[in-house]
Design a protein around this ligand. Structure first.
Ligand code: KG4
Ligand code: ZN
Length: 357
């Protein structure tokens, strides 16, 4: 089964072709992406209007390139998938309308994919992970622990009560005058710094309920930075290293609590998997790898380019849904908010309840 997938929910425009075999294995035939980082960097964050316009300008070119790279023509496709939310609605509409148009023209079914579900299912594309598994979804808009029980069956185990982890990385970068997007910058600085210089809090550590809180840690970085301003390059590196160390400790502790809860509710998970942009952070990957080895659980994290937003994950989620006989109506409306677990209580603060990853 060959699927075209489109991603336009935030600041990456992407088109990909993925093949799903009858045995459920996946293969990426083309994965084209155009990042808009430069268009937004002067503003220190994503400007929705600029993003939507940039998607319109490049999406058709990326689709053409993906089809050519994969050596695939429209009649060979099983269906056409697009992320339909959660995300910036102007951008969502670009991908979704393109998918609907292609669907009408080619007569192929259209699949409206939840962007979070696409992150959640990526480890099945890359590593053929079986259900159920424990997912740590960590990105700019989301921080959640989710029990992935099947395609379309997700149970939220824990979530942030304030900032998302990627958001905290971005805010810390901004307060230290590092460029946007901040996550990779903070990681780069942290490599040069002393993680023990600043004694920063590890919020919620030790609590049985596997929720996250980042805003106190972020404020502690600000207080520490203000106390020693003006900052030298060593100060910036040490602050980044100390912040990242606190995040790593917090994540490991919260995942430990999440795994306990998962085992109580669902038995043994087949793996601990990480998805979302923060999953490309090497310190976090290493710490979770160590934790998983000690807990006796398989650890899976997609390569960094498949952790951050991409088209292959959308095509794959479309393939998984289509394989179950699912497709969507041509009048499917894009959704700015679209929680993975629709039964979970909305959480307070940014990034919870269905904002995008
Ligand atoms: O899933 P994603 O690509 O998309 C959105 O959330 O829109 O995640 C992006 C987030 C940003 O907050 C970014 O700063 C963070 O992931 N991020 C990182 C790293 N790479 C990206 N955070 C920490 N370390 C990294 N290496
Ligand atoms: Zn994302």
């Amino acid at each position: 089964m060959l699927v075209l997938g489109l991603e336009t929910t935030c600041d990456e425009t992407a088109a990909a072709i993925v093949r799903r075999s009858a045995d459920g294995r996946g293969e990426i035939l083309a994965n084209e992406i155009a990042s808009q980082t430069d268009a937004h960097s002067a503003y220190g964050g994503v400007v929705p209007e600029i993003a939507a316009r940039a998607h319109v300008e490049v999406l058709d070119v990326l689709i053409e390139r993906a089809m050519r790279t994969a050596g695939v023509d429209f009649p060979q496709l099983a269906c056409i998938a697009s992320a339909a939310g959660p995300g910036l609605i102007g951008g969502v509409l670009v991908g979704l309308t393109t998918a609907k148009t292609l669907s009408l023209v080619t007569g192929k079914p259209m699949i409206a994919v939840n962007h979070l579900e696409a992150h959640a299912l990526t480890p099945r594309l890359t590593d053929h992970v079986a259900f159920p598994y424990l997912l740590l979804l960590v990105s700019g808009g989301h921080t959640q622990l989710v029990a992935v029980l099947g395609v379309g069956t997700y149970q939220r185990i824990g979530s942030t009560i304030d900032d998302a982890i990627g958001e905290a990385f971005d805010k810390v970068a901004k307060m230290l005058s590092l460029p946007y997007p901040g996550g990779p910058e903070v990681e780069r600085e942290a490599l040069k710094g002393n993680p023990e210089r600043f004694d920063l809090p590890r919020p919620l550590i030790g609590r049985p309920q596997p929720d996250f809180s980042l805003s106190g840690l972020k404020t502690a970085v600000r207080v520490a930075a203000d106390a020693i301003a003006p900052l030298s390059t060593t100060d910036v590196a040490d602050l980044c290293a100390s912040f990242q160390a606190a995040v790593v400790d917090t994540i490991v502790d919260r995942v430990r609590a999440g795994l306990r809860l998962f085992r109580e509710r669902h038995g043994a998970p087949s793996a601990l998997v990480v998805a979302g942009g923060v999953g490309s952070n090497q310190s976090i990957r290493r710490a979770l790898q160590r934790f998983s080895a000690s807990a006796g659980i398989r650890f899976v994290v997609p390569p960094p380019a498949l952790c951050t937003d991409n088209g292959a994950m959308i095509a794959w989620a479309g393939a998984e849904r289509f394989a179950l006989g699912l497709s969507d109506d041509i009048d499917f409306a894009g959704r700015p908010r679209w929680p993975l677990d629709e039964t979970a209580e909305p959480m307070l603060g940014g990034g919870r309840g269905g904002a995008r990853v």
